[in-house]
Design a protein around this ligand. Sequence first.
Ligand code: BMA
Length: 339
Amino acid sequence: MSEPGSSRSAAGIEGRVRVDRRRRLLTRHPDNPLLTAADWPYFANSVFNAGAVRLASGETLLLCRVEDYSGRSHFCAARSEDGVGDWRIDPKPTLAPDPEHYPEEAWGIEDPRVVRLDEVGKYSVTYTCYSPAGPGVSLALTEDFDRFERIGNIMVPEDKDATLLPRRFGGRWALIHRPVGPLAGANIWISYSPDLKHWGDHRVLLRARRGPWWDATKIGLSPPPIETEEGWLMMYHGVRETASGCLYRIGLALLDSDDPSRCLRRSTKWIFGPERDYERMGDVWDVVFPCGHVVGEDGDTLRLYYGAADTSVALAEGSVRSLLDWLRDNSQPGDVALE
Ligand code: BMA
């Protein structure tokens, strides 16, 4: 009796069963994509790259990037009790660019990452501010996702993919971000601040690999790192340039608990990449771009919200423990940029 999929099965070579043996550390939700422009209460071209947080009420809030028909983006909040359906979407933009007071936002605001700062009693929203000067990093604080207090432009162009860590290290806040330089390219950096406004002590945290690697060319932080017993589990996106465009995939790194400028491990392989139609086709093909997650009260159940093809918001679920276990067996120590 031959195995399904073998060339001697009854179906023969032509009709053999295809067995998908790709790794599945993250499982796509059957309701994907969860949110699209068609769900929006006002005209929008696309809805994607959402920051995420579980509110004190237990609700999940997604701060979605919404692109309007001018091509510029703003943020709009969607709330759901179960984090999957019945989204209540703000009837108008929740946070819109304010170029009159913040000229760095003239071309829109993009890709928010949301982190609760217990010490401040507020949520931080780090985002890309886009203007003719290029993309930079801005920071705003909010208690309720209704009123926002802008700290302003904290990293000059070209820089993006930024998040705060939720607590101080040696008295200083830490910001992970992705500046781009003409010689060194697009690598992940960490910087420190005593007051959230003045930033310094800039250090390279993770460098893009080169050549055929999945994270050659450009890398950037994905959602905010997750604090675990082993360290900060950081998901990051790697961009590989191909003849048919860029491929955005997600890999892992582990940062030291007390000194997040130290990378302990870095995955050699990617764990999640564009496969489904809604990830492969859209305004920008072959993009998965997570900006937010919610970790369950068990500290393990992971819900990762990601932008799919710069067109919709989708959800993949997994386990923090399984990601850490996988990373141990599929990584290199430290930030080794393999040649
Ligand atoms: C990156 C960011 C993301 C976007 C991705 C793919 O540079 O600008 O907002 O999802 O490109 O277009």
